[in-house]
Structure formats: structure tokens, C-alpha cells
Design a protein around this ligand. Structure first.
Ligand code: C5P
Length: 206
């Protein structure tokens, strides 16, 4: 079984996917972690996002491993755990440009499709491109203000600055962020996390 949970930045995808996966007793897969890991490695190596060839060589030369645990994903490069560096503002600012590269998208899709079912997959295009035949599809939205307030609280940052960065990332990610036509759209603004998880679980096929 595959359940997809897509949505805009900071719409609560990871927390919802993790909660749904725990309730079902299966792992969840965060596709954004792979885009973030590719971005971190590109930044560290000083690679320009306009040239995918050296980045792909790097990703294929020292393969990454996504560990899809129910409580939170981790990304490994050999013995190195890349996870602690994946959610910095620097990676946030650079990730959309890296995620726009078709070669990087193909690499991520290949990694994801190699994972054993069942799982809950969250991202931007899980229900459209990567798992079009998923058993159930969801798309989470919320206003930029609501999302910024949640994220600012998590990271101890200023809500206005976070909101501006989120709006900019939404704009850059728009091409890969459309809901699947058969996805159930949930506005998470008025709901608690438990409320969203409950709504997803209630809509799953028996
Ligand atoms: O989900 P998260 O916000 O961590 O994703 C980080 C970035 O990775 C997004 O802003 C987007 O650029 C990219 N991404 C994507 N397609 C996905 C998941 C993430 O393009 N399926």
C-alpha cells in the first residue's frame, strides 16, 4: 500500500505523514530529505545549480541512503549522517534551484521507487509523478501566515521573515507542486495536527 501526502512548504506534511504512518504501523518517506541532501552536498562542494553533471556524478559516486523510519527520516552518505544539516536556512534557500533540475528529479524518483512497500510518501509530486497509482492521495494547504507562524515557532525565528521566505519558495516550487486530480485537498489552517491525521485516516480505503 502507498499513501501520498503532498502539499506546499511547511503545510505540516512531515508531521501528518509521520502520524499517519505510526497509526498504520508502516514507515513514512520524506522525498524532500533527498532534495535537501543533494542541495547540502552541492553547497558543500561549491557546485552551481545550473550544471547538474558534477552533482549527479557526486550523488552516484558516493550513493545516499534514505532511512524511512516512522518517527523521522534520516539520510546517510556511507557512515555520515547528513540529517542534522538538512533544515538550515541555507539549504531552504538553495533547494528549489536544485530540485528544478530534471536529472536530480530523476535520481530522487529512482531512489523512492526502489523502496519496499508499504509506506506513506510525502513531498510535492508523490501523487502526480512518482506514485500515480497510489492507493490514497492527499494534498495539504494552509495560508502563508499560518504556515509561517508554525515554522517560526519550531525554529525560533521571526514569523515575518519566515513568511517571506515561504512565499518565495512556493513561487519557485510551483511547477512541481500541483495537486493530483484525484487527491483529497485538506486545508490544515483550522485543524490541529491530530485533526489532520484523523481526517487522512478516515478517508483511507478500507
Ligand atoms: O518538503 P520540504 O519542504 O522539506 O522539501 C524541500 C524542497 O524540496 C522543496 O522546497 C522543493 O523544492 C523540493 N521538493 C520537490 N519535490 C518533492 C519534495 C520536495 O521539488 N517531492
Amino acid at each position: 500500500m502507498i499513501v501520498t501526502i503532498d502539499g506546499v512548504a511547511a503545510s505540516g506534511k512531515s508531521s501528518v505523514a509521520s502520524g499517519v504512518a505510526r497509526a498504520l504501523g508502516i514507515p513514512y518517506v520524506s522525498s524532500g530529505f533527498l532534495y535537501r541532501a543533494a542541495t547540502l552536498l552541492a553547497l558543500e562542494a561549491g557546485l552551481p545549480p545550473s550544471d547538474p553533471a558534477p552533482l549527479l556524478a557526486l550523488l552516484r559516486g558516493r550513493p545516499l541512503r534514505l532511512e524511512p523510519l516512522a518517527g523521522g527520516n534520516r539520510v546517510w552518505q556511507g557512515e555520515r549522517d547528513l540529517t542534522p544539516g538538512l533544515h538550515s536556512s541555507r539549504v531552504d534557500a538553495g533547494v528549489s534551484a536544485v530540485a528544478r533540475l530534471p536529472e536530480v528529479r530523476a535520481w530522487v524518483d529512482e531512489e523512492l521507487r526502489a523502496l519496499p512497500e508499504p509506506f506513506v510518501a510525502e513531498g510535492r509530486d508523490m501523487g502526480t509523478n512518482v506514485f500515480p497509482h497510489a492507493d490514497a492521495k492527499f494534498y495539504l494547504t494552509a495560508s502563508p501566515r499560518v504556515r509561517a507562524e508554525r515554522r517560526a515557532q519550531e525554529r525560533g525565528e521571526d514569523a515575518g521573515t519566515v513568511e517571506a521566505a515561504l512565499i518565495e519558495r512556493d513561487r519557485r516550487d510551483a511547477a512541481q507542486s500541483a495537486p493530483a486530480p484525484d487527491a483529497r485537498v485538506i486545508d490544515t489552517g483550522p485543524l490541529t495536527l491530530e485533526g489532520v491525521i484523523g481526517a487522512v485516516l478516515a478517508a483511507l480505503p478500507a
